[in-house]
Design a protein. Structure first.
Length: 173
């Protein structure tokens, strides 16, 4: 029966944990490598230890579960930073490991979305005003059309600010 590349088992050592840790340390091996060697030695047809990778198997897609030990303070900082950014611990560490720029904090991204929504609403109001302006111009009603002069003076800046907000929001992970 073929197993997955990252087969894992959990066993109870029933009191021999200290002896296993001591033996692994004496051989300069992590406990997992020490136990793997013992299991390979107990198999009738065992693969070479060189064939057993210590790192997770390469995968093009999906996720791999990793477990590591770290200083309590570092773990607290990791958790706080991930929470601030609205990311899981794994996502946060993934950004750091891949040297990918971190996203803006979750609160900032929410504020940016709200600003973009307000700007989109403002553009919708401008579009309605432009429709009214065109209607007055078609009717030859110059007096009513003149009321839209300030709109025409500022529309370029309004659209540029909207596009700037949209591009900032779209460029952040």
């Amino acid at each position: 029966m073929a197993g997955a590349a990252g087969d894992r088992i959990t066993i109870s050592l029933r009191g021999i944990g200290d002896a296993v840790r001591t033996a692994a340390a004496r051989r300069g091996l992590p406990i997992a490598a020490f136990v793997r060697e013992a299991l390979v030695g107990a198999l009738a047809e065992a693969p070479s230890l060189r064939e057993l990778a210590d790192a997770p198997a390469a995968r093009q897609h999906g996720t791999v579960k990793l477990t590591w030990r770290m200083d309590v303070r570092a773990a607290e900082v990791l958790a706080a930073n991930a929470r601030t950014l609205g990311l899981s611990y794994g996502q946060y560490v993934g950004y750091l490991v891949s040297a990918t720029p971190l996203p803006a904090p979750a609160a900032q991204r929410a504020a940016d979305r709200a600003a973009l929504q307000a700007s989109t609403h403002q553009l919708a109001e401008i579009a309605l005003s432009m429709r009214d302006l065109v209607r007055f111009l078609r009717q030859g009603n110059v007096e009513e059309a003149r009321k839209y002069r300030s709109l025409l003076d500022t529309i370029g800046g309004d659209v540029a600010r909207h596009l700037d907000r949209a591009s900032r929001l779209l460029s952040t992970p």
